[in-house]
Structure formats: C-alpha cells, structure tokens
Design a protein around this ligand. Structure first.
Ligand code: NAD
Length: 506
C-alpha cells in the first residue's frame, strides 16, 4: 500500500531531499529516515541537503526571482491556480501520506490538504488585490502613493505537525507577491514535502519560472544557515519557542526580517452562562484532536467552580471513549504522537504534574501497542504549578477553576505564549469583556468556538512568546513584500515639504 501511494505521488525512488525547482541535486547531506509513528517502522530514507546543496538551491532561487518579480501578479496567480488544481487532484493521496507520516487521522490529513487548496484559491484572488494607497500630498502638482514590491527569495521553515499546510500559508502568498522561496521542512516529515515539491515541479518545469519553489530537507543546522543567509530578506519560521529564540537574534543580527509562528499554551474559559453541550464538544476536539499536537491545541481549561465537577465528569467519560488507533482506520479519533521522544516528554509532564500536586483524572499512560500512542489525559491542576506554564506537545489538558471572571482572564493571560484563546458564554457582557483590551492577550480570541481549527481567511498568529507573526489570510501578505512610498512631481516648480525654503541661484 505504501509503495503504491509513493508511486502515485511520483516519489517512489530516486528522489533526494534537495530540489532547486525541478532540478534534483546529487545531495551530500545526511540520510533522513521517515518514520511511521503508528508502527515506529521506517517508511523510507531521504538523502538530505548539505549546506553546500542548500547554497546552490538558494542561488537558483535567486536566479528565478529575477525573472519572477517582473511577471504581473495576476499571471503569477495563474501559476498558483495550477498548483491548487494539482493539489485538488491528489488530495486523497496527499492526505493519506500526511496520515502515514505524521499520524493525523484521515479527516485531518485530508483537511490539511484542503487547507493548501484553500490557500491557493485565496492567493489567486489576492494576486489581483495587492493594493497600495494614494495619499494626499501638501505640494501642488504632486502625487504620493505607496506600492508593494517583491522582496526576494523567502526562507520557509516548517514544523512537523502541519507538514504541508504551513508551507502553503507561506508559499502561495509569497509566490503571488513575486518572491521565490526555499522550504526547509521538518526532518520528521520529509516525505510529504517531497510529494508536494514534486507536484509543484511538474507544473513549473513546463514554464520559464522553474526555480521559484525550492526544497532543502534537513535539520536545525540548515535552519540556522537560513537564519544567517543574507540572500534571504525574510525567513518565515514555524516551530517551538526555543527554535524562535535561537533563530530570531541571528536574523536580527543581519537586519533581516523574520516572521515567527511559535508555540502556544492555549486556554478556554467556561462560564456558568455557557451552553455546556457546545463547550464540551469544543473542549474535546481542541484538546484531543491531532493527539494534542497542534500549536492551537487546548492545554488549559479554566472553568467556573460552580459547574466544574459535572462538566469534568462528562469530559472524562468522553475521554475514556475516544477510539485510539491506526490514523487511517475509519472511526479512529486519536492517532499517535510523532516520536518516541514525544511519548517520553508526555510521560515526564504527567509525572511532573503529579509531583507538583496535580491529580490525574483520566489517561496519563502510554498505550500498549507498537508505535507512539498515548492516552488523552485530563489533570486537575492549580495555576501556580510550573508544568501548567509549559507547552507539552501531547494530549494533556490541565483543568483549573475560578470564582470571578477577571480572575479567570488574569489566569488565562498568565502564560508566556499568546496564540489562541476562547470563552464559552451566552452572556454578551462576558464575551465582550474577553474580547476587550482588558481581555485575552492572544492573537486569536474566539467566543463559543474552540481554540483550534482556524480558517485561512483570517490572519493567523500569536503574541508574546508565540512570536508576533501573522500568516495566511487578511493582509498577512504585506509581510512578504516591501513597501515603497513614491512621490511624483508633474509640475515645473520644486516646492519643499513643511514649507522649507532652499533658494539656489540657477
Ligand atoms: P521544532 O521547533 O522542533 O522544529 C520546527 C522547525 O524548526 C523544524 O524544521 C526544525 O528543523 C527547525 N529548527 C529547530 N530548531 C532549530 C534551530 N535551533 N535553528 C534553526 N532551525 C531549527 O518544532 P516541531 O516539534 O517541529 O513542532 C512543534 C512546535 O511548533 C510546537 O511548539 C508548536 O506549537 C509549534 N507550531 C507553531 C505553529 C504556529 O503557527 N504558531 C504551527 C505549528 C507548530
């Protein structure tokens, strides 16, 4: 089955991890295994890109950029449209590969590919909407306006848990903005990146723009090289806060731009005025979906003390009933964690929570079967427990109670990260308080919707230690372009701004 899948996606053999456009280098990097987290067995090995391979790929992307930047944006959109069509055509196979390589259940694997398609559609429309402003000028016969121009090759570093959607958030937008790009995927998901790059290459190689999209598979050392690489005016990096802290100073040190999409420690407040059935479903999906491996996964439930007991009992019953298993089997809702290290990190967090006074309500153990499966876990906790302030990338939900809404919001905002947040209430005053300047300090704030599962139309990203970047929809495209303020004098005098006089004898 796996061989057939890889064959259908055109990456069965003979493909290495560095592609500068459709040109495949003979890579000199390390052998990177792709492991199936549902079995712990290798699926394939990919020869990664060495630093020298990467350097050659960036040279080719620079060369492609010089051609691509002059293409009218709606024509760039036409190329992105073809990419979107190819993704549509291969949606089932790509979705299956995502399930296979990172363990997402079937509908989430397909959803990830749909997100790429949605991004392509969005970018096609955007290619006719890269608007600048016309600005009133104080000088007669002058016109002032701003325009947005391409930046150059963009570095894209992605995390394992959205192995292809995050690439699309960046790549589709960067492309219509006139940039070329080089993608460094997570070494834990090399196959999905090869499959997507291969589809893109099939389209681009028939055009004169081969080399706009490039791939270099490797680990942190390649990411570090990208951070230092002066040929990349922008590095967009998705991953842990630790990764962001490692690369941000390097990019800043060369006065480059970074777009950081880092970790989250997301909370939901459930008030006594909430529709509790709705809240229960939302909490369950947000905390357990993707086996707790989303940046927007719910990690802290802050619930009013008057309703906590009944709600937690119902939640625990739901937790005990979740089908855990092979992610591409029908009906399974919880797949594996990504690796043995992730299982160990989860078990360490459960142990730490207990040592700090937390009480495991349900779950907390490894599932006895091959692969990296764990039980979704509920832990009664206190806000002052240090473990509650850490993002453990696993399905652990800490439950805390509150008495007063201001206290709940303060507790909610007391972590380092500021990605996604939600309140469940039917009370307009409570909802608006949560959305006010005194409310949630996150980049995403929802009412009666869980923390995960954002649509692509909005700008996605978070504040504080989450890094401040915004990607996908709204006006996130502006991060991928340079703004130029232009003033044109069509008169025959030279009036100076602010009434400054500077007479010179002709
Ligand atoms: P990770 O930080 O281990 O790796 C992410 C990427 O950064 C990988 O490509 C990796 O090779 C690279 N990298 C790691 N350390 C680096 C370094 N020192 N220098 C340069 N590159 C480096 O993260 P992960 O385990 O793949 O993904 C999970 C993390 O990503 C979680 O913290 C999650 O919250 C976060 N995440 C955030 C978002 C978001 O949009 N905010 C989306 C997905 C995942």
């Amino acid at each position: 089955m796996i061989e057939d899948l890889l064959r259908r996606l055109g990456i069965h053999d003979g493909h290495s991890g560095v592609w500068a456009g459709s040109w495949i280098d003979q890579p000199g990097g390390e052998l990177i295994p792709s492991i199936n987290p549902s079995t712990g067995e290798p699926i394939a090995s990919i020869v990664g890109a060495s630093i020298a391979d990467y350097d050659r790929a960036v040279d080719r992307s620079l060369d492609a950029f010089r051609r691509w930047r002059t293409v009218p944006p709606p024509h760039r959109g036409e190329i992105v449209r073809l990419i979107g069509n190819a993704l549509r055509e291969h949606k089932d196979d790509l979705g299956l590969l995502v399930s296979l390589e990172v363990g997402k259940v079937r509908s989430e694997g397909l959803g990830e590919v749909q997100e790429m398609i949605d991004m392509a559609d969005f970018a096609v429309g955007l290619s006719r909407q890269l608007y600048g402003l016309t600005i009133a000028t104080e000088r007669p016969d002058h016109r002032m306006f701003e325009q947005w121009l391409p930046l150059g090759p963009v570095g894209i570093i992605t995390a394992f848990n959205f192995p292809v959607a995050v690439w699309a958030w960046n790549a589709m937008i960067a492309a219509v903005c006139g940039n070329s790009m080089i993608w460094k995927p997570s070494p834990q998901a090399p196959l999905t990146s090869l499959a997507v790059q291969h589809l893109v290459n099939q389209i681009l190689s028939k055009t004169e723009y081969d080399g706009v999209f490039n791939l270099a598979v490797g680990g942190a050392e390649l990411g570090a090289r990208m951070a230092d690489d002066e040929r990349l005016p922008l590095v967009s990096a998705t991953g842990s806060v630790a990764m962001g802290k490692a690369i941000a100073p390097r990019i800043a040190g060369r006065l480059g731009r970074s777009l950081l999409e880092l970790g989250g420690n997301n909370g939901i407040i459930v008030t006594p005025r909430a529709n509790l059935d709705l809240a229960l479903r939302a909490v369950a999906f947000a905390a357990v979906g993707t086996a707790g491996q989303r940046c927007t996964t719910l990690r802290r439930l802050i619930i009013h003390e008057s309703i906590a007991e009944g709600f937690v009992d119902r939640l625990a019953a739901a937790y005990r009933s979740f089908p855990i298993g092979n992610p591409w089997d029908e009906g399974v809702l919880v797949g594996p964690l990504i690796s043995e290290a992730a299982v160990a990190a989860m078990l360490r967090a459960v142990e730490a929570a207990e040592a700090q006074g937390g009480e495991v309500i349900c779950g907390g153990r490894r599932v006895d079967r091959p692969g990296f499966f764990v039980e979704p876990t509920l832990i009664r906790a206190r806000a002052d427990m240090p473990i509650v302030r850490q993002e453990t990338f696993a399905p652990i939900l800490y439950v805390m109670t509150y008495a007063d809404l201001d206290e709940a919001i303060a507790l909610h905002n007391s972590v380092a990260e500021g990605l996604s947040s939600a309140i469940f209430t039917d009370d307009l005053r409570e909802a608006e308080r949560f959305l006010s300047a005194k409310g949630s300090d996150c980049g995403i704030a929802n009412v009666n919707i869980g923390t995960s599962g954002a649509e692509i139309g909005g700008a996605f990203g978070g504040e504080k230690a989450t890094g401040g970047g915004r990607e996908a929809g709204s006006d996130s495209w502006k991060a991928y372009m340079r703004r130029q303020t232009c003033t044109v004098n069509s008169g025959s005098s030279l009036p100076l701004a602010q009434g400054v006089q500077f007479p010179i004898a002709p």
